[in-house]
Write a protein that binds this ligand. Structure first.
Ligand SMILES: *Cc1c(COP(=O)(O)O)cnc(C)c1O
Length: 502
């Protein structure tokens, strides 16, 4: 299977190259030239496999330049029962709200309690094998700018993976106390964590600048290292996300919730558009999905786009209680546009150029029509998010985090508007304990909030009796290893000194 750039179809690479490189030289994203197609018999045989078996099947159909052994090795190292608290890293939970059945796909049982573990536990293994095939003998240096979840998930994924080093920068006042503590206590011999005196954009710009400074790359080269990327536009992060939609469908069949061949909807709390795109890709492979329901918070640029065909990032930015969805430019949407324009690199490049120049673009009427047929876009505000957490907990005892609550609320809106009762899979993207303060306020509006993060965790446990995930509970008594804070313009020196390069 070969991959090409969304912005230049003549740029063609292998999957190893796509993963090692991360992004195409022309600025486009790598997409598979075609999608493997699964028929009824394929799904039938997937039913009897466990998550790892299903993952191996999907990976081997896309990563045709990897051997069976290589794929098995990656999958076995990533999705261990130890790391994901059981044999199914992405289990279903079934509950109800106001007469609607909720089939909740819990994607947060990994080491950092957010869905990004599903991809970031396997990416390091895919990446080291890809590097061996493309730039043999070099060590990869992963630079990450994070607003919270990605940084910790990447650190856990790359921790002590040979031939890799990872350096994470976060805005000193821009992450939650739990997120900061998760990162500063990170173990591993190849990890570095540093705060910067600036916001997330400053961190991101700083990292991009280091990537594109030739003198720094040369210095790395002299030391047998090269930069690589773990962010969500890397194909190696998208592919693992396709697996859990296919696996969820198999689980629904095995649990007697649907019959093989029945259609489902999917509902995804969306930020950078990676997770929902993966569900759409699963649909292209034959997963019977009727509607893709894209849920946003007050940063509802995607809702407007799905409803009007106009993408316009020139608008107010809101800081919400679902921070991982506080995004105005959803990078992975570019891949959907490429597909919807009939694999047109010229059309995709046109829209992306317009976005760069004016912050805005409008797709053609044909593309608008396909979007309207397949996608539903909705959003909810802060009050609705809290209210949804509260109702779901009061009515069915199910505790969900703020991001998942946005998805549940938009799903309710969808059913109310359309009357469509097709069984729907709702992606649950984080443990409620990662956002204890907001969740506690939602379920116990009358309680007096304690001071510290771990007191809030304890109180939320008292209220809900839902077990605190071990990876968060064990952080309580852990001492911070990292406390560095640097100026934004000192980031390049910081990186070189962390790598012990003169
Ligand atoms: C990253 C993240 C999202 C958004 O996912 P995208 O793939 O960027 O759309 C939603 N919820 C949580 C908890 C996340 O960490």
């Amino acid at each position: 299977m070969l991959y090409n750039s969304t912005q230049n179809a003549s740029e063609v690479v292998s999957s190893a190259q796509a993963i090692a490189q991360g992004i195409s030289k022309d600025g486009g994203l790598f997409v598979p030239q075609q999608f493997p197609k699964y028929d009824r018999a394929d799904f039938q045989s997937l039913l009897s496999l466990d998550y790892k078996g299903r993952a191996e099947k999907v990976f081997s159909d896309f990563l045709t330049d990897f051997s069976e052994e290589e794929i098995k090795d990656c999958v076995n190292k990533a999705y261990t029962a130890e790391k994901f608290g059981g044999n199914n890293p992405a289990p279903m939970a079934y509950t109800q709200l106001g007469g609607n059945l909720l089939n909740i796909l819990e994607l947060w049982h990994g080491p950092t309690c957010a869905f990004k573990d599903m991809a970031l536990q396997i990416l390091p293994h895919l990446l080291t094998k890809s590097l061996k095939k493309t730039y043999d003998g070099k060590d990869a240096v992963i630079l990450v700018a994070t607003s919270g979840d990605t940084g910790k998930a990447a650190l856990e994924g790359f921790k002590d993976v040979e031939h890799t080093k990872i350096i994470v920068f976060y805005p000193v006042d821009g992450v939650s106390p739990m997120q900061k503590h998760q990162m500063n206590t990170q173990e591993g011999g190849n990890v570095t964590v540093c705060a910067i005196k600036g916001n997330f954009d400053d961190a991101q710009t700083g990292v991009k600048k280091i990537f594109t400074t030739p003198e720094i790359s040369e210095k790395l080269g002299e030391n047998n290292m090269l930069f690589s990327s773990a962010n969500s536009i890397n194909w190696g992060r998208l592919l693992p996300q396709i697996v859990y939609y296919i696996s969820a469908y198999c689980d629904l069949v095995n649990d007697g919730k649907i019959a093989l061949g029945d259609k489902i909807n999917v509902v995804v709390p969306t930020g950078n558009f990676g997770n929902i795109l993966a569900s759409y890709y699963a649909g292209l492979m034959g997963l019977p999905v009727a509607k893709y329901i894209c849920a946003s918070n007050s940063n509802n640029v995607l809702t407007d786009f799905i409803n009007t065909g106009v993408y316009d990032k020139n608008r107010d930015f809101y800081t919400t209680m679902s921070p991982s969805m506080d995004i105005l430019v959803s990078s992975n949407l570019e891949r959907l546009l490429y597909k919807f324009s009939g694999d047109s690199d010229a059309a995709t490049k046109g829209w992306m150029d317009s976005l760069k120049a004016t912050g805005k673009y409008e797709v053609s009427d044909e593309v608008k029509a396909v979007i309207a047929e397949k996608f539903f876009g909705g959003f909810c505000d802060e009050e609705q998010t809290q209210n949804t957490i509260n109702r779901l907990f009061k009515q069915s005892g199910y505790l969900c985090d703020t991001h998942t609550a946005v998805a549940v609320n938009v799903y309710e809106q969808y059913v109310a508007e359309t009357g469509d009762t097709t069984p729907s899979v709702i992606a649950s993207t984080a443990s409620p304990y990662k956002f204890s303060k907001a969740v506690l306020k939602a379920v116990s509006p009358e309680c007096k909030l304690p001071e510290t993060e771990f007191e809030m965790v304890d109180m939320l446990y008292e209220v809900s009796k839902m077990p605190v995930p071990a990876p968060l509970a064990c952080l309580k008594d852990k001492k911070a290893r990292f406390s560095d804070v640097t100026e934004v313009d000192k980031m390049p020196e910081y990186v070189l000194s962390a790598l012990s390069i003169e």
